[in-house]
Write a new protein. Sequence first.
Length: 760
Amino acid sequence: MTGFEGKFTPSDVITQLDVTALLGFSNVVFMAPNGNYFAYSQQTGEKYYDTSNFLGVYMPFRYLMDFKMTVAKPLKLDIALPVYSDPFFSWDFKTSRKESMDWIGYLIEMASNDFEDRTVSESSSFSWTVTGSYSPLIPDFLKPYISTASVTFNSSVLFSIANVKDRNEAFSSADSSDRGDLMLYSPERKFYYPSQVTPLSTTVSFSGTLFEYPLTTARKNGTSPVYAIALNKPDDIKENKETSGESNESSSAKQDDEEKITPTLPLLDYSSPEFVLPTGFAYKLGYNFSSTFSNQISYSPNDLNKSSDFSWNNVNLYMYNVKMPVSVTSDTSYGGNFFNLKNSINYNPVWQEHPYISDEANKKSIKLSDYKTESQTITNVNAVTLRPLSYIDLFSESSVQWDSSIKLFRREFIGTADEPSWKYKGVDWDDEECITVNSLTATLVLAELDKKFKQSLAFAAIMPPILRQYTGTLTLTFPYVVTSVTTGLQETTKDTNVSESDRWKKKPLTENLSVNLFDSTFQFTQSFSYNLQDDYAENLKFGLNYNGLSATYIMAYSPLYDFDKTTGWKSNGDHDFVPYSLELGYAPAKKTYYKWLNRISISPGINTKLVYDFVRPTNSYFTITPALTFKINNFFDLTLSFTTKNSVIYRYFQSALGHDGRLPGEQNMFVDLFNSFRFDDQAMRESSGFKLKSFNLTLSHDLHDWKFNLTAKFEPRLLTVNGKKQYDLKPYITIGIVWNPLPSMRTQIVDNYGTWQLKN
């Protein structure tokens, strides 16, 4: 392969220009029955050089070409025109240029003959695209009636892959006995064709303000006040050159005259900064309009045997789509934020049609899809907010708000492809598809002492025709403390035959409390949930966190279990609100200790967790994970950690609870811990409840140009071999070597639980 690749930034108009032209010269490689590869046909001994044919344009070589350009002004324009001779060019010639130095891996593949297991990568598609946008400057005389305007457009051609169908026609110049092998190995067995063309997809949009009251005229930024009479500078701030021309005599005479005359300052005409005064009534009426038009031409590969068979006239489908959403928005306010009304009317028409369909079999389904896509909807959206206490500081955040969304007009398709018909609908106050939003929210807020003390009572209602819901929330905020309570009712069905009690469902009563002290180093949280519908407590949780020490206590509505000596825990069918679990943990922040002029650092760490299960105590467990990170500056980093888990801690205190014998084994925790180190007695060591679950080691060695990484994990795995369960103690080790100047040159050796593998 030979070629050219260039990236340029010509000017501030054309900010990017990328050009790529790659020519590939190759021949067909055949595979013999014994698995070997040959450059010559096994049938005739003929050598076939690869050529290309793109839409009837023949070339005696394969190629990849790409052209990209970005124009920044006067409009934004992006052009991308890639061309591939065949889907296998990038794979065959490795255009990504990512190489590997895994020579050992190559030898292993050659020895095991694994090359044919590789999956050939294909470039499935590519697109020619032209996209642009333009936002013209709006003249001042059109503002604010037109404040923004923009035009965006897009044109594209999507090329997809098709397979050669007739080998005799596609490879007519080759010997007839070789055409079958060419269908398997020649890159011309697949080709690109334009599957979808988008001649134009454009959107024109603009917005502005039709009317505004009161009218505001602001002075342009950067203008300086203009005075009617120039002011003379006092002598003490004049420059030297302004006073150097005056003689001592004239200065003294002038001073005598000034003592006798009382100056009269003239009235000055000056410009003052603009102040926006609160208005009693404000109104603004604006609009937003956009129009989108797109059309598409589709081509089918069914009649294509080779690339030269394609014709731009053989259209399969032609479709166009038009959208013209228009919205008129009004914003009314009185007394600042005392009263605010936002109203918008949105008209969203959509038209879609396939004027030409060559596929008669799918013609009806395509037409039906067009009918269902077409729609016309006029929607009214309102948001009314009243803050009746906005002028009282204590209650200024209180408000009442009503939100609604009403479809004033709808056009829906109700017919078939053969007999299309539409139904026109107006406002139906009982149809939840018409009234999609209808909610009322009232909030009473009392804020004191710079809002450090705040009480908030909120009531939210979702009203008909939507299924009704009523929710109340009380929130109390104090310094360092926040608490809230929420509950409500919700309607489950509109069926009038259902009794009133069955139509309504009580929402759970939820309560939350959080306390933060000492710059949030001490945190206490509490939550409670009560099922009002079925009258039982669901969940109660307490949490405490201080400097890495944490504690969590949970009570829950849980099934109850009885212990059986032969089968273990078995549900007795009852449920109750009982203590569920207690969790204690400690994970302090890591501290780093430096030695030898800060060149050596040591960071110890630990993470522990104790979980007690009140429902099934034998499921309680304890874990501890100590870790140590040792670092020598610019040399290596070493991290060691291991995890120990004890899943039988219940046996240490089961006698005190009157359940001796549930878990057999040593019941003295300290003796059991000592037994875990009895390397002289395997039986005692294996009977200990303290088990080493995993051991982890990470080593990183920096050699400036090279970087060496080693990770090792030792973790017993319970496997089933020949129907029997047994533990496997083989490690998982990864060794990686990276050359820093060329990161793509790397080798990774993995010991996958006893099986060595090489990865790139």
